[in-house]
Write a protein that binds this ligand. Structure first.
Ligand code: GLN
Length: 471
């Protein structure tokens, strides 16, 4: 076994027993990145100097202290929409080509406090808008299981880096599926926490009422360790909750698992359905009760999500005006600075979404679009609250199909939006969900989505851990 195969727990044990140093592990990762990343394209930036400095500091602590945090000396990658002080942060947009982060995101402060090692910043769809990383202004991240296919998005670089063993773990963000989808496509574990469980301070905002930072890892246990490290109340994020995650032991015997019939309808690849059915069979054999449920408003989820998202994004992206941040185009007057900077700086997907959002928020259409979407969002939330009165967790697919080919949906935004069908309702409801590798179709990984009620990451993670063992 090589150093890059080890999980967080295994590295921690190895550091304790002085079997290897963080510097050795970090160097192994940096070499592997050099060898493999030109093919995969997971990274936008490799922060070699920062990583080696952090590894050296971690080694000093490991050498002198008996007990140290779980993430001490562990190398990770960070989605380029999350700020790391002094490092470039582009959100894969040309408009932030020369932007350097002036401070650390709260999650980065927490990782640094634990002694984690930052290997670099990973690729994404521009401003996290997309499901394949094909909307990145810089490159497409390829799927490590098949280089002709996408890694998923928007946090495709993060998922690909863990899948290709170019990082032990990664942080991404999930507004409508951007952690779970790439985790499913790349065959790694990805957790989207409850809205408010992890601080959003220092995450470039896409849609503020939906965005949430979360981990990618090789195992559920590793995901839990990272979630424990990054969650908790933060004065810098007004929507952050007073919540302390407590691990719990759960038995599958008697556990009630809901299967929403609307998730298994037209559009789902029958091979994916077979794999998800197999997971419920396994859970049943272990004593779980499988309960059919209904989430009747799922049919409106994609429309509700895209109206909400584009409205919030159009407002959030107004700050990139050529004055305050990054790229700026000289022009004769202020209005032209705005239009030229934004015209050249943004790619076509942000432009499309800014126009859609501005339209839904405009005074003549606000009631018909934005307000209506908020009313339907409430109904979707209620669907889940009713379901969680009957069941402990919900099982569903993450995506309707395995990873698609690079280019297959790139010129068809609607087809790309429909990939989000099973993930967006979770963000609209603000609840947690995990993507767990559940099987493969022709060598391509398929994720099982386990959805929980608000602040029940303990249940989601415990059930995922049991399923992981069985699968
Ligand atoms: N695919 C979704 C979108 O394009 C998800 C984005 C996300 O979660 N950041 O909006």
């Amino acid at each position: 076994m090589s150093l890059i195969d080890l999980t967080i727990t295994e590295l921690h044990e190895g550091f304790k027993k002085k079997q290897f140093t963080s510097t050795e592990v970090t160097k192994a990762y940096l070499e592997h990145i050099k060898a493999i990343d030109p093919k995969i394209g997971a990274y936008l930036l490799v922060t070699e100097e920062l990583a080696l400095g952090q590894a050296e500091a971690a080694d000093k602590i490991i050498a002198t202290q008996e007990n140290f945090p779980m993430l001490m000396g562990v190398p990770c990658s960070i989605k380029d929409a999350i700020l790391v002080e002094g490092q470039k942060a582009t959100s894969a947009s040309k408009i932030l080509e020369n932007y350097f982060a002036p401070y650390d995101a709260t999650v980065i402060t927490k990782l640094k406090k634990q002694g984690a090692v930052i290997l670099g910043k990973t690729n994404l769809d521009e401003f996290a808008m997309g499901a394949s990383t094909e909307n990145s202004a810089y490159k497409v991240s390829k799927n490590p299981h098949d280089l002709t296919r996408v890694a998923g998005g928007s946090s495709g670089g993060s998922a690909a880096s863990v899948s290709a063993k170019s990082a032990v773990f990664s942080l991404g963000s999930d507004t409508g599926g951007s952690i779970r989808l790439p985790a499913s496509f790349c065959g790694v574990v990805g957790l989207k926490p409850t809205y408010g469980a992890v601080s959003r301070s220092g995450l470039m905002a896409l849609a503020s009422s939906l965005d949430q930072i979360g981990p990618f890892a090789k195992t559920v246990e590793d995901c839990k360790i990272i979630f424990q490290a990054i969650s908790g109340n933060d004065a810098l994020d007004a929507t952050s909750a007073d919540y302390n995650f407590k691990d719990s032991v759960i038995n599958l015997k008697g556990l009630k698992i809901g299967i929403p019939k609307e998730y298994f309808a037209k559009g789902l690849d029958p091979e994916v359905e077979k794999i998800i059915n197999h997971t419920t069979e396994k859970a049943k054999e272990a004593g779980a009760k499988i309960i059919p449920i209904s989430l009747p408003n799922l049919q409106y989820a994609v429309a509700t999500y895209y109206i909400t998202l584009t409205s919030e994004a159009s407002s959030n992206l107004a700050r990139y005006d050529g004055i305050k941040y990054g790229f700026s185009k000289e022009a004769e007057n202020l209005s032209q600075v705005y239009t030229k900077t934004r015209g050249e700086g943004f790619g076509s997907e942000p432009k499309r979404r800014i126009m859609l959002g501005t339209y839904s928020l405009s005074s003549g259409y606000y009631d018909a679009y934005y307000k209506k979407a908020q009313q339907v969002r409430e109904l979707i939330k209620q669907d889940f609250s009713k379901a969680f009165k009957k069941v402990d967790v919900i099982f569903s697919p993450v995506a309707p199909s395995p990873a698609f080919k690079v280019g297959e949906k790139a010129s068809d935004p609607l087809a790309m939006y429909l990939v989000d069908i099973y993930t967006v309702s979770v963000n609209l409801a603000g609840i947690p969900a995990i993507s767990l590798p559940a099987g493969k179709i022709g060598g391509l990984p398929i994720g099982l989505q386990i959805i929980g009620n608000h602040f029940e990451e303990n249940k989601v993670l415990a059930v995922a851990e049991l399923m992981e063992k069985m699968l």
